[in-house]
Design a protein around this ligand. Structure first.
Ligand code: 5AD
Ligand code: SF4
Length: 446
């Protein structure tokens, strides 16, 4: 029932946020270094790593159904060795081991550098669990970065100390830790040497990053952004996700001064109602959030905004939900993510009174998403006629078509004689809700 053969090929299936995508890539690099190669698309893998997400409901159920499908030969002909990684592994490791005899390994987000030893144990028939959370041990133990896509992720910070009352992250990813400055600048250089042109600095709460530069001076996110911008082959820098409480003046100024820092800000607000924000323990009000955005827009007038929203937090009334629609109207987001509140075991909100019924949440989510769609279309429509740089990321579905991103993180498609990793100057000529058509004017690289 449990596959104990030494694996020759692997597949990592990542769910959830970009931090998991980053972790998944690094697990892949680690396995490759062990001589276990990525299974070609459509072919069976000897080892499957389910890199899971615990942020909203049914994530754990999804893991069990994936395990079932893998074990019963529905996903591939032969059942692989199975490792469960990520935040569900961290939160429910023991249960997974008890419920799923076909799982060989459970490995938390801070322990995956130990995968090679764990695989050796699994091959000898043992079941291996590692959900330790040592601060920053993982990164030093991972292999160097070699190849990269044009747009690469770089985790600079992990964990969260904010304890929003709905959120499981402080429990699954632990306390905030900042990776050291020198390690980050080195990794950014390795990524560009491997082909990256754009680097997205990642963290659950990136703007809480702090460190010391090479002269021993205390610096924050803005200092790190400036250091990475000084690497000649870096063309673009982005970062996500931030908390309104940690955005300082220096970071705001960086948006006005650092031309490589893209005019895009993902700044979750969650709700537009102050009573709900307080119950969420968000430490900002609707007004302080709007004031903060004004300061960013003063520094960078063409800034595109993105946010996260939760509808149906316990006790949210119709009138309180309307305040969320009002803040959406006030901001005019270029894009956004919106979710129905989902009680997470162990979080304070899960046991609050007045949980909102599902049908009410459904209706609120639909109304919110209609507003967000309207604003996204309006933002894209307003882009028509603009000339901007586009980073070419991959081939499109049509013959000769390429896909890339505008500075404002819009997907852009066009037909031209270019290569992946080129930066081209293009005129945006046509707008849909999720992407824009462009005409390439010039290849900036050529
Ligand atoms: N229910 C619904 N959405 C949640 N998020 C975090 N926790 C929950 C939850 N319990 C959303 C927040 C956060 C995003 C990553 O996921 O909007 O910003
Ligand atoms: Fe969760 Fe709040 Fe931390 Fe974001 S800031 S990870 S929502 S606790």
């Amino acid at each position: 029932m449990r596959n104990t053969e030494q694996p020759k090929t692997y597949r990592v299936k990542s769910f959830g946020c970009q931090m998991n995508v980053y972790d998944g890539e690094r697990m892949g690099e680690l396995l490759s270094e062990q001589g276990i190669t990525a299974a070609p698309e459509g072919e069976d893998a000897d080892l499957v790593v389910l890199n899971t997400c615990h942020i909203r409901e049914k994530a754990a159920e999804k893991v069990y159904s994936d395990i079932g499908r893998l074990t019963k030969g529905k996903t591939q002909k032969k059942a692989p060795m199975i490792a469960v990684a990520g935040c569900v592994a961290q939160a429910e490791g023991e249960e997974i081991m008890a419920r799923s005899p076909s799982v060989s390994m459970v490995v938390g987000p801070q322990a995956y550098h130990r995968l090679p030893e764990m695989i050796a144990g699994a091959v000898s028939g043992k079941r291996m669990t590692d959900t330790d959370m040592p601060a920053d041990a993982k990164f030093a133990a991972l292999p160097q970065r070699k190849k990269s896509a044009p747009s690469a992720f770089l985790t600079i910070q992990e964990g969260c100390d904010k304890f929003c009352t709905y959120c499981v992250v402080p429990y699954t990813r632990g306390a905030e830790i900042s990776r050291p400055y020198a390690a980050l600048v080195d990794e950014a250089k390795m990524l560009v040497d491997g082909g990256a042109r754009e680097i997205t600095l990642l963290g659950q709460n990136v703007s809480a990053w702090s460190g010391e530069d090479d002269k021993g001076r205390a610096i924050g996110m803005a200092g790190l952004i400036r250091a990475i911008a000084a690497i000649p082959d870096v063309a673009r820098i982005r970062y996500m996700t931030s908390h309104p409480a940690d955005m300082d003046e220096d970071l705001i100024s960086a948006h006005g001064e650092v031309s490589k820092l893209m005019p895009f800000l993902h700044l979750p607000v969650q709700s537009g109602n102050d009573r709900i924000l307080k119950a969420m323990n968000r430490s900002h009000s609707a007004e302080s959030y709007l004031k903060l955005l004004e300061r960013f827009r003063a520094a960078r007038p063409d800034l595109a905004l993105s946010g996260d929203f939760i509808v149906g937090f316990p006790g949210e009334t119709d009138a309180e939900f309307e305040d969320t629609l009002k803040i959406v109207d006030a901001v005019g987001y270029a894009q956004a993510y919106s979710f129905k509140y989902s009680p997470r075991p162990g979080t304070p909100a899960a046991t609050m009174d007045d949980q909102v019924p599902m049908d009410v949440m459904d209706e609120r989510l639909q109304r919110l998403q209609a507003s967000l769609r309207r604003d996204q279309q309006a933002f894209n429509d307003a882009s028509i006629g603009k000339t901007c740089e586009v980073l070419v990321e991959r081939k499109g579905k049509l013959e000769g078509q390429w896909l890339g991103k505008s500075p404002w993180l819009q997907s852009v498609h066009f037909t031209a004689d270019v290569a992946i990793g080129d930066v081209v100057k293009a005129e945006l000529i046509q707008a849909g809700q999720n992407s824009l058509g462009a005409r390439v004017l010039e290849n900036v690289n050529a």
